[in-house]
Each structure stands twice: as structure tokens, then as C-alpha cells.
Design a protein around this ligand. Structure first.
Ligand code: NAD
Length: 351
């Protein structure tokens, strides 16, 4: 592994992953391709922007011509695809954008990975075609749909997505699988639970609640707040992807979870307690259509086959995350720009 194309590297998980990889593997080169939507922020990577083993390119993964140029110019041997429209609420408003980026974008990358022929030592194309670009698709537990009181998601469960976002991610997973079965592309799919940690855009539950508590604003909670999610610290997610890249068996899917199931309302109450604000700020709003009730991840496969386990305890991770947002309110202010505000004013007029 030498030249890793990381897509969506200016977003929350992608930027954490790039920092993680360059620290752990300083001999790797990372090419970060991101179209810088509202969720992409180069400030997330300001401290590494001048490193010689890091390159940023502003480009859209659905742009076939540009993606081809990038594969050829940087001799890409590994792809980690984070680039996506990632917010379920937005997918309900604008499903087409989600299908374009999350499905077509993935397919464009897959085709480039499939068609990229390595030059041999004599600088000629090899005659025998065998795709050898490793492709890791970062997916989500939401593709499995919803669980009820008991049970956990395993990798063999059927895909039953309920939102346009999860449907687009499930569709991409199927295309990735097909490229392995049809063309022999060495792929892996990872399906993780809800991530939290530094640099997460404050539209997702944990940073939204932290930031609103710090500003004394209302805390919007869908319905009764009893929806259960598993929480994974972003650095545990990064170490899991690193493990799958190096040791994952071609064609395999790996679930990644944090062993931290919590209801949304419990998360909000924890944040309220830690920040010492009043729970009068809680505002129950109408539930989201198609809102999944419970997600829970069975980690057995990655734990037994790849010997990976999360190391973060939830309380420790949450404390660190709260501290990070307290110390980086300027980062929050910078990204709370027109697009985000107008979206939230439409969605939650009481904010
Ligand atoms: P994010 O929204 O913070 O970042 C997505 C990044 O992709 C942004 O930098 C954005 O500019 C970029 N992007 C969007 N469309 C693009 C396009 N057409 N071309 C190039 N770049 C584009 O998302 P995140 O939370 O970091 O999630 C990363 C990946 O992990 C996504 O694929 C998401 O589905 C998956 N995932 C996230 C979570 C989570 O809890 N955040 C959980 C499970 C899976």
C-alpha cells in the first residue's frame, strides 16, 4: 500500500482517518479528494496540509474524467471511500442528490479501480488484466433497517434500508459486492454504527446537543427520544478501517460497533448533566418519517477474525468530545454558515 485515495477526507470521519493514518503510517501517501459540500471543511486538516505525503484535490467523485486523471496521476493502489451525503434528514428533502453521490459516485470510483492497469517495470501496460486496486467502502449499520427489543445486526442479515440515505448506502454496497463477484476487484465493505468525536458537523445528535447547550439554545429531540443507537468513537472507527485495509479478506463485509447502546434521550440528558444546563431546553419535535427504532452491532466477526476491538469507554469519549467543542467553538462558528442555518430554520423553526 503506497498511494491511498481517500474520498470525502474533508468531512468528519475522513479527516480523522487521514490524521490517524499519516501518524501511524508516515510512509504512506494520501490523496484526499473532496468536493467540499457544506460538510467538508479543510480547516479539519490544517495542521497536515503542508506535509509532503498529503495532497488535497477539490473534485466530485461523480466526475468520471477527473477521477480517471487522479488515478493515473497519483498511481492509486488503494481507495477508501468516505465521500457521501450523510445526513438522513437531508435525504428526506433531497433523495436524488444522495443517490447521485452515494451510488453513482461509488460506481465511478469502482470503475476506475477496476480499469486502472499498473505499469510494469518496463513502463508498459501489463497484458493480463487483473484489477489490483484495493477498494474499501465505508458503509453504515443503517443498511440493515431497524431492530426491535432484542438482537443485533450481523453481516449476513438482509438489507432493509428505511430512509433514502440508507437506501443509497445499501445500493452502493451492492454495487461494490458486484464488482468483486464480476470483475474480481479486491473489495471490503465496513458497516459501522453512529460515530462521535472531534470535527463532527453540528447537525448530528452529539455535536448539535453540545453546541446548543453551550449556546443556551433549545435541544430538538425526535418523538419520545427512545430510539436506540450504538456509539463508536471516531478513532476506534479509524483503527478498525486500518485493520480491515491490512488484514481484511477480499470480498468480505465487516461490522464495526462500539458496544455502547444508548437511547437518544439518555445521550441528551448526559450532555445536559455534564454541561450543567437545565433540561427545560429539551424540545420534543415531531418524529422523523421512517425513523428506525433501534440499531445494535454484532462485532463478533471483526473481533475474532481480525482481532479488532474498540478501546474507548463511552463516558471518556463523550467527556473528551465535549472538551473539544468547548475549546473549538470558533470552528463551530465558522461552519455555521448560510446553508446550514437556512436548512435548520426550515426544519426546526423554534431554534
Ligand atoms: P460527512 O458528511 O462529515 O463528510 C462527507 C464528506 O464527503 C464531506 O467532506 C463532503 O464534502 C464530501 N462529499 C460529499 N459529496 C461528495 C462528492 N460528490 N464528491 C466528493 N466529496 C463529496 O460524513 P461522515 O460523517 O464523515 O461520514 C463519512 C462516511 O461514513 C459516509 O460514507 C457515511 O455514510 C459513513 N458513515 C458515517 C457514520 C457517522 O456516524 N457519521 C456512521 C456510519 C457510516
Amino acid at each position: 500500500m503506497e498511494n491511498i485515495l481517500v474520498t470525502g477526507g474533508a468531512g468528519f470521519i475522513g479527516s480523522n482517518f487521514i490524521r490517524y493514518m499519516l501518524k501511524k503510517h508516515p510512509n504512506y501517501k494520501i490523496i484526499n479528494v473532496d468536493s467540499l459540500t457544506y460538510a467538508g471543511n479543510l480547516e479539519n486538516l490544517s495542521e497536515i496540509s503542508n506535509q509532503t505525503n498529503y495532497t488535497f484535490l477539490k473534485a466530485d467523485i461523480t466526475d468520471r474524467k477527473k477521477m480517471k486523471q487522479i488515478f493515473n496521476s497519483f498511481d492509486i493502489d488503494t481507495v477508501v471511500n468516505f465521500a457521501a451525503e450523510s445526513h438522513v434528514d437531508r435525504s428526506i428533502e433531497e433523495p436524488e442528490l444522495f443517490l447521485r453521490t452515494n451510488v453513482i459516485g461509488t460506481q465511478v470510483l469502482l470503475e476506475n479501480a477496476r480499469d486502472y492497469w499498473k505499469l510494469d517495470s518496463k513502463n508498459k501496460y501489463s497484458t493480463e488484466y487483473k484489477p489490483n486496486v484495493k477498494f474499501l467502502q465505508v458503509s453504515t449499520d443503517e443498511v440493515y433497517g431497524t431492530l426491535h427489543e432484542s438482537g443485533k445486526f450481523t453481516e449476513t442479515m438482509p438489507l432493509l434500508p428505511n430512509s433514502p440515505y440508507s437506501a443509497s448506502k445499501a445500493s452502493a454496497d451492492l454495487v461494490v459486492r458486484a464488482f468483486h463477484e464480476t470483475y474480481g476487484l479486491p473489495v471490503n465493505i465496513t458497516r459501522c454504527s453512529n460515530n462521535y468525536g472531534p470535527y463532527q458537523f453540528p447537525e448530528k445528535l452529539i455535536p448539535l446537543m453540545i453546541v446548543n447547550c453551550l449556546k443556551g439554545k433549545s435541544l430538538p429531540i425526535y418523538g419520545d427520544g427512545q430510539q436506540v443507537r450504538d456509539w463508536l468513537h471516531v478513532s476506534d472507527h479509524c483503527s478498525a478501517i486500518d485493520r480491515v485495509l491490512h488484514q481484511g479478506k477480499d470480498g468480505e463485509i465487516y461490522n464495526i460497533g462500539g458496544n455502547n447502546e444508548k437511547t437518544n434521550i439518555d445521550i441528551v440528558r448526559l450532555i445536559i448533566d455534564k454541561l450543567g444546563v437545565t433540561d427545560d431546553l429539551i424540545a420534543h419535535i415531531e418524529d422523523r418519517p421512517g425513523h428506525d427504532r433501534r440499531y445494535a452491532i454484532d462485532n463478533t466477526k471483526i473481533k475474532t477474525e481480525l482481532k479488532w476491538e474498540p478501546i474507548y469507554k463511552f463516558e471518556q469519549g463523550l467527556n473528551e468530545t465535549i472538551d473539544w467543542y468547548k475549546q473549538n467553538l470558533h470552528w463551530v462558528e465558522d461552519i455555521l454558515s448560510g446553508d446550514y442555518l437556512s436548512y435548520y430554520q426550515r426544519m426546526y423553526v423554534n431554534l
